[in-house]
Design a protein around this ligand. Structure first.
Ligand code: SF4
Ligand code: SF4
Length: 125
C-alpha cells in the first residue's frame, strides 16, 4: 500500500464514527422483552408465598405476618418464574437491570398503608 493509501485509510478512521458507544454517557436502550429486574406492586400482594416457592434461587422471602415482601437481587437470575406464578399479577419483569452494588442488600417492600388501615379499623371496632 502506498503512502496515499495509508493516508486515505487513516483519514477515513479519523473521520468515521466510533465503533463503540461512549458509555456511560451514551447508554443503549434495552430491547423489548429483556429480562432485567423484578418490580412488585406491593399493594396488590396477598402474601400467598407462591412466588417464594417457585423461585429456583430462593431470592424471594415473603413475611406473611409482617406483610413484607423481600428480594435479594444478587440471587435473582431473571427466570420470570415468580411473575408467571403470581395469582394477583403484582409482579412484573422490567427491562432495565438493577443498579450495580458493592455490598449485598435485600430490597424490602412493606404493605404499610393497608396494615395501618386494618389496624385503625380494628381499633375503631
Ligand atoms: S405470588 Fe404474588 S401475591 Fe403471592 S406473595 Fe408473591 S407477589 Fe404476593
Ligand atoms: S425472576 Fe426467577 S430468580 Fe428472580 S426472583 Fe423471580 S423466580 Fe426468583
Amino acid at each position: 500500500m502506498g503512502s496515499f493509501g495509508i493516508f486515505k485509510m487513516v483519514t477515513g478512521w479519523a473521520l468515521s464514527k466510533p465503533a463503540t458507544r461512549l458509555y456511560p454517557f451514551v447508554k443503549r436502550e434495552p430491547y423489548a422483552g429483556t429480562r432485567g429486574s423484578i418490580e412488585i406492586d406491593i399493594q396488590k400482594c396477598t402474601f400467598c408465598t407462591l412466588c417464594q416457592k417457585k423461585c429456583p434461587t430462593e431470592a424471594i422471602l415473603v413475611k406473611r405476618q409482617e406483610k413484607i415482601w423481600e428480594i435479594d437481587r444478587l440471587r435473582c437470575i431473571s427466570c420470570n418464574a415468580c411473575v408467571d406464578a403470581c395469582p394477583k399479577n403484582c409482579l412484573r419483569m422490567l427491562t432495565g437491570y438493577s443498579p450495580s452494588v458493592t455490598a449485598r442488600t435485600v430490597d424490602s417492600f412493606a404493605q404499610e398503608q393497608l396494615k395501618s388501615a386494618a389496624e385503625a379499623s380494628k381499633t375503631a371496632q
